[in-house]
Every structure is written in C-alpha cells, then in structure tokens.
Design a protein around this ligand. Structure first.
Ligand SMILES: NC(=O)c1ccc[n+]([C@@H]2O[C@H](COP(=O)([O-])OP(=O)(O)OC[C@H]3O[C@@H](n4cnc5c(N)ncnc54)[C@H](O)[C@@H]3O)[C@@H](O)[C@H]2O)c1
Length: 362
C-alpha cells in the first residue's frame, strides 16, 4: 500500500510518500513531467548504493545533465572536503536555482547532499530517496542536514526541508545486516515513543521484519515517519518537543563514544540507551516495569544484543558529559511515563544513571 503525508515546515513543506513500489511510481510520474517543470536532477550517492541499486540509480540519472556523483561509503564522507567536491561538481554541471539535488543513499548521503543543496546558490530543491532503514525511518525526514567537523559530529548544518521524500522498503533488500539492525534501533525508539500500536505491530511481525518483507516493514516505517513528521511540524527547530526524538540517545551516544565509534553500531548503542532510559523512567516517572521486558524480548527477536561489556561505568557517564544535547538547564534527559508518553527535561542523578547502566552490563 502506498502512503503519503505532508510536513509543513517553517520555510518549506515536504511531501513524504512511501510504500513498496513507490520509487518506480515516482520515477514514472517524474518522467511524464515537462523538463522545464521538474528541473534537472543532480544525483549524489555512495559507492555501495551505486553498486547494489545500479538500475534504480540509472533511472534517476536519466533526469540529469551530469553523471551521478558517487562518493566513498561511510561516515568520513560527511566532511568539509567532500562538501567541497559536491559544490565543484554542481558548478561544473552548471546547476541552476531551479535544479534538484537528489540524495540517493543512507543518512550520510542524505545529510551531506542535503547540506550541499541547502547552501549551493542559497538553496536548490532537495529530494531525499533514502536507501537504509535508518534513513527511511529517521534521517531523511525532518530537514536536519549537516556535515561533521574535526571538532565534532554534525557541527555545521542547517534546517532544510526536502521537497520530496520517497521511501521504498524494497531498497532494504540489499542493505547489509548490521546496517539493517542499526535502523532497527531507531525503530524501537519510535515504538516506545508512539506507543502500543507500533509496539504491538513490531511484536507481531518479528519474523517478517527479520526477513525484510516489504509488506511487513512498510506499515512500521510509515508509523515511524508519521510520528517524526508530527513532532517536527510542531517544533522544527528543536526548541522543545523535538528533543523527545533523543530518547535513548544520551547514553546511546555515550556508549558509542566509550566503546569506540565503529566498534558498536549506532542502532545497537541506541537500543541499549533505550533500555537504560526505561530503567531511569521506572524510578523517576513510575513507568510500568512490564515495558522493559517487552523491549528486551523484541531486541532478542530482532538479533540486537541487550548487554555490553562495560568494565568502567563511570567512564560511560564521563563520555555522556560530552554530548552536545546537554543544556545549561540540566542533562535534558528524555524518559517515558508510559508507552507513548515521553517526558522531557529529566535530570537523573549519577547514581541512577549508574544503576541504569548496570541493567545493560554483561
Ligand atoms: N538528519 C537527521 O535527522 C539524522 C538522524 C539520524 C542520523 N543521521 C545521520 O545519518 C548517518 C547514518 O545513516 P546510515 O546509518 O544510513 O549510514 P550510511 O549512510 O553510512 O549507510 C550505512 C551503510 O549502508 C550502505 N547502504 C545504504 N543503503 C544501502 C542499500 N540499499 N544497499 C546496500 N548498501 C546500502 C551505505 O553505503 C553505508 O555503507 C549519520 O551520519 C547520522 O549522523 C541524521
């Protein structure tokens, strides 16, 4: 089933459409539009996506004056040097204000190509065609675009809504297993935030999700996207509510940093961060103690480990101190009063955070 929603941003609106086969439908519609109506497409992707989704890339390339820009895969690509490569490529291709940048890839390509689109000629149209699960449920929606600087991740960026996001679960077929699990970490976050319906949908579809059946994944992805879009529409610039999307991320980021980036997947770190957040929520918000075992069972079913080797818990807390999401007002920790009822701005004590980390320690 295809689905569609509109996200009304402060300066631009996004049309977000998804479903199995939605990419083909989108390409057909695009082909029928007059070239002067649709603009010319400048497609940015990475080497893995270019290889695994070659036919689809070719379909997008037909709408542009230039060959696609195929960048090395991985987080290091989201840097200033590569942003410069994007600008030079757009300039050499003669990109104009009425042209379109298409980000065809995971979150790295989405963030980088999005930032290039937001800034080149003070803003070209941006279309996101996310190909990783993380990008489909999270990074392609909401308009945050960024690159990393030597001083830290995502330090240079903008809020820039894509005009169109096309989310087709069929792309996930070629995604490496670890990357699929990374996306599942974010899906679990949305299940806790959205509440019983998404949680039960996941619980009832573990096998289908593991087999990546587009039919099983589609409604799950749609619900994540609808949740995020509603939050972003309410608070695009993250002055308040949007921070609920950080559930599990304060300790998740700390675990990534403590265990070493690349040694633990982002999604696995987020899932562990979620478990810890539930423990904190049990203490501070009286969260029903039945929620955490449900998350543990889901993680087991989805092949996400529920524990990590953490010899030095204080070291993890120190790593959390670096997190840029900390505010002067406190840790700005996100908890859950009940499934689907997040609470912002908690300030758990170090002792409680240490206790929460015990829950995920081997
Ligand atoms: N803008 C936001 O709101 C937001 C939110 C969350 C994360 N992010 C950013 O997203 C990035 C992580 O995104 P990601 O996990 O998608 O990483 P990624 O873009 O590096 O993709 C993960 C890997 O999967 C490969 N891949 C992607 N789609 C594929 C497919 N269909 N078939 C085969 N291989 C495929 C990529 O080549 C890469 O090797 C980080 O930089 C993070 O900061 C941004």
């Amino acid at each position: 089933m295809s689905w569609r929603l509109e996200l009304r941003g402060v300066s631009r609106d996004s049309v977000i459409r998804g479903g199995p086969g939605e990419f083909s439908a989108f390409v057909s519609e695009f082909s029928e539009a007059e070239p002067e109506e649709r603009g010319r497409a400048f497609v940015i992707t990475d080497a893995n996506v270019a290889r695994e989704q070659a036919a689809e890339l070719e379909q997008l390339t037909r709408f542009g004056p230039a060959r696609p820009l195929v960048l090395p895969a991985g987080e290091p690509t989201k840097d200033l040097d590569t942003l410069g490569i994007c600008y030079s490529w757009l300039a050499e291709g003669g990109a104009r204000r009425d042209d379109v940048v298409i980000a065809f890839g995971g979150g790295v390509i989405g963030d980088l190509a999005g930032f290039a689109a937001a800034t080149y000629l003070r803003g070209l149209s941006l279309w996101q065609v996310p190909t990783s699960l993380l990008a489909q449920v999270d990074s392609s929606v909401g308009g945050k675009v960024a690159i990393n600087l030597p001083a830290g991740k995502n330090l240079a960026g903008a809020f820039y809504q894509p005009d169109v996001v096309v989310i087709d679960p069929v792309f996930l077929d070629t995604l490496p297993r670890e990357e699929f699990r990374n996306g599942l970490g974010e899906v679990l976050k949305y299940a806790l935030l959205e509440g019983e319906v998404l949680m039960a949908l996941l619980e009832g579809n573990v096998a289908g999700v593991n087999q990546r059946l587009p039919g099983a994944l589609d409604e799950i992805i749609e619900r994540c996207v609808r949740y995020k879009a509603a939050v972003v529409q309410e608070d695009e610039r993250e002055t308040g509510l949007r921070a609920v999307l950080n559930l599990g991320h304060t300790l998740g980021h700390a675990l990534e940093k403590y265990l070493g980036y690349g040694r633990v997947g982002h999604g696995r770190a987020v899932a562990l961060g979620l478990l810890a957040a539930l423990r904190v929520s049990e203490e501070l918000l009286g969260l029903n103690r039945g929620v955490r075992p449900r998350l543990v069972t889901l993680m087991a079913g989805l092949g996400i480990p529920r524990q990590a080797d953490l010899p030095d818990l204080v070291g993890v807390l120190e790593a959390a101190g670096w997190d840029k999401k900390l505010t002067a007002a406190g840790r700005g920790y996100v908890g859950l009063r009940s499934l689907g009822e997040p609470v912002l701005g908690l300030d758990p004590t170090d002792d409680l955070l240490l206790e929460a980390l015990e829950v995920i320690r081997i």
